[in-house]
Write a protein that binds this ligand. Structure first.
Ligand code: GLC
Length: 652
């Protein structure tokens, strides 16, 4: 079970001593390109601790009562400030610890890369427990809920297992496997005291130039619905039923509602690091298409117990989704019967046309229940307070939002078990967890070409040359949302590279030579097989919006060099989407789409050398040219159609 209240007392003592003895200095925010808030990085003078209140407070209704009664009993005691605090989510580097109780903050998050100073599971647990301890000091002691993007494993945490990104899971077409991926991810999150995951993305990407294509399971609505709901069950269920209060279940968050995967090229107005072209743009489809393509995964998610949905930055019919009362309230709540709470995206309300006061009024009245501010939380609290006092946001809307948030907090058991469970820490990155990820890698691989049945390779192939930007790089295998928001190349977290896996799987007698650039000329002689791993370096969100999906010149040159000194050449593509390979593919003997496989590169070698069969099927159409993007554009057949994938025999 999560830590007992005794631990709370110890933590209180520790935190009390520390925070009383010094000012709070705020590290800078975590996401690149962010505009730091006024307080970020500042050192603040000690402020008054939260004022003790004269009113006697009734005890919070205990777990023996139905949750509805507990919510009403608590809500009846809450001041406006306490209610608005519950609707406020702050980025962990931007909060003054004393404001957590002082402003009754209901949620804190780590954005991509929002790690503690020392990135270990233990330090994550200590950081989150520390914030929680401060929250429990508030007048009513309402626990906070901490959120992260554990979109392919607990990706910010060094040492956590990193699974294939959703595009790879889509190629498995295996709901049972995806459910197990969700469950393992939840276990690794719970070990760090984090019970809220901003995942799964249930986008149905229609234009693979989108930097978030890999967060989507597929271009096909049915595949997305089936697999995303399996993931939600894995995150939230015990023995087949939703039980958010269990020690190792977490709150899932289907996102980004709705139509984030259907935006039109060039309609985005967002600039972070670069001009976004698709991400956060306008979904230019009619209502029938929105309902047929993009909405069904949410209906399936609600039926599978989803209790949180994140709004999309995108727009539909000239209205930002964060301001879209029809879709947020009438459709999601009214038609689909969603009973949980809606969280905004990162500063998402700020993009609503108009000043900040109108942003707050419009978004909350449209149906946003919790605002991911994420920096200037005092401004948000003051603005929403003013809006309620002016009558621009009805108290009934505030009460509805707070009811939904408290309901989920009670369902999660946070009032009884607010802390991490150190007994779970040993599970983070465990062999058993890595085996699930290795299986997912195996089943995600799609064999696109296999001339002369060059695959599977025999393990005692005499000479194998290995080359390419992705051959020996865990960071490239993982892609975005790994340790850093944008991910990074290199040895960023413990894992097995494809090169290491090949070396470990080939026979002792096999000579495996590696050169990143493919320079094997000279005294190496020739290889029986050359394996070249190429593709995309990590990116996230609109930073990955790309106009041209051709292979880079560097990658093509590397392949050519290896081809010149190898009898057969196998190209493995590490990418967040299909790439344009039409001009080159005829020269290659075999092609494997490996997507973004994560830390368990051994899964690639398992299939490459025939211990397991190739079974993956494309969950996205593989276009012949850029003219065939977005989906359905251009003429002629794609290079490889949706559902395509060759199979091989496997020893298993
Ligand atoms: C980002 C993403 C969203 C993520 C959130 C918190 O901007 O759009 O998917 O959950 O911020 O990191």
């Amino acid at each position: 079970m999560r830590k007992s209240i005794f631990t709370f007392a110890i933590l209180c003592l520790v935190v009390g001593v520390v925070s009383a003895a010094c000012c709070v200095s705020l590290p800078t925010p975590t996401e690149p390109g962010d505009v730091p808030s006024a307080t970020a990085g500042a050192t603040l003078e000690p402020t008054d601790a939260p004022a003790a209140t004269a009113e006697a407070t009734l005890p919070i209704p205990g777990p023996e009562l139905p949750i509805e009664e507990r919510v009403e009993g608590l809500l009846a005691q809450m001041t406006l400030a306490e209610k608005i605090g519950q609707m406020t989510q702050v980025e962990k580097g931007s909060i003054d610890g004393r404001d957590i109780a002082g402003l009754y903050i209901g949620s804190i998050l780590s954005g991509g890369g929002g790690t503690p100073d020392r990135n270990t599971p233990q330090d994550w647990a200590a950081m989150v427990d520390g914030f929680q301890t401060l929250a429990l000091e508030s007048r009513l002691g309402i626990p906070l809920i901490y959120g992260v993007d554990a979109i392919h494993g607990h990706g910010n945490v060094k040492g956590a297992v990193i699974f294939p990104q959703n595009i790879g899971l889509g190629a498995t077409r295996d709901p049972d496997l995806v459910e197990r991926v969700g469950r393992v991810t939840a276990e690794e999150m719970a070990a760090t005291g984090i019970y809220w995951n901003f995942a799964p993305t249930v986008a149905v990407p229609q234009d693979i130039r989108w930097g978030r294509t890999y967060e989507g399971y597929s271009e096909d609505t049915e595949v997305v619905s089936t697999l995303s709901s399996a993931y939600i069950r894995g995150q939230q269920n015990v023995d087949g039923v939703t039980d958010l209060s269990a020690a190792t279940t977490v709150l899932a968050t289907p996102k980004h509602y709705v139509g984030d995967g259907g935006t039109a090229w060039g309609t985005s107005e967002t600039y972070i690091v670069q001009q976004y072209m698709l991400d956060q743009g306008v979904t230019e489809v009619d209502e029938a298409t929105l309902r047929a393509v993009h909405l069904p995964p949410y209906a399936e998610a609600v039926e599978n117990g989803a209790m949180c949905v994140m709004a999309s930055f995108s727009s539909w019919q000239d209205t930002k989704m964060h301001a879209h009362k029809y879709l947020l309230t009438d459709v999601l709540r009214g038609e689909l019967g969603f009973q949980g709470f809606i969280v905004s995206d990162w500063g998402g309300i700020d993009q609503i046309p108009g000043d900040y006061y109108s942003d707050v009024v419009i978004s909350v009245n449209a149906g946003i229940d919790m605002v991911m501010v994420p920096y200037d939380y005092e401004l948000f609290v003051d603005t929403l307070t003013e809006a309620v006092e002016n009558g621009d946001v009805p108290m009934a809307r505030i009460d509805d939002a707070v009811r939904r948030i408290l309901t989920v907090k009670f369902q999660l058991g946070l009032f009884e078990h607010p802390f991490s469970d150190e007994a779970l820490l040993a599970q983070v990155g465990s062999e058993a967890h890595r085996e699930v990820a290795r299986e997912a890698v195996r089943k995600s691989l799609v064999l696109l070409k296999n001339e002369g049945d060059v695959l599977p390779l025999v393990k005692d192939t005499p000479v194998i040359f290995v080359a390419g930007s992705g051959a020996d790089d865990v960071g490239m295998q993982c892609g975005g949302w790994t340790i850093e928001w944008q991910g990074a190349m290199g040895d960023i977290t413990p894992g097995t590279t494809i090169l290491q896996a090949i070396q470990d799987t080939a026979a002792e007698s096999t000579v495996v030579r590696y050169d990143r650039a493919g320079n094997f000329a000279g005294d190496y002689g020739r290889a029986d097989v050359g394996i070249v791993v190429v593709g995309e370096e990590p990116y996230a969100e609109g930073v990955g919006d790309r106009a041209d999906l051709s292979l880079s010149a560097e990658d093509i040159e590397t392949i050519d060099r290896v081809q010149a000194v190898s009898d057969r050449v196998v190209v493995i593509i590490i990418s967040g989407r299909p790439l344009i390979i039409t001009e080159q593919v005829d020269d290659w003997d075999a092609v494997v789409a490996a997507w973004l496989p994560g830390t368990e590169g051994q899964g690639v070698a398992d299939v490459l050398f025939g211990d397991y069969p190739f079974t993956g099927k494309l969950s996205y159409t593989w276009p012949r040219s850029m003219a065939q993007i977005p989906l359905g554009s251009g003429s002629g057949e794609p290079l490889f159609p949706f559902g395509y994938g060759l199979t091989t025999e496997g020893a298993e």
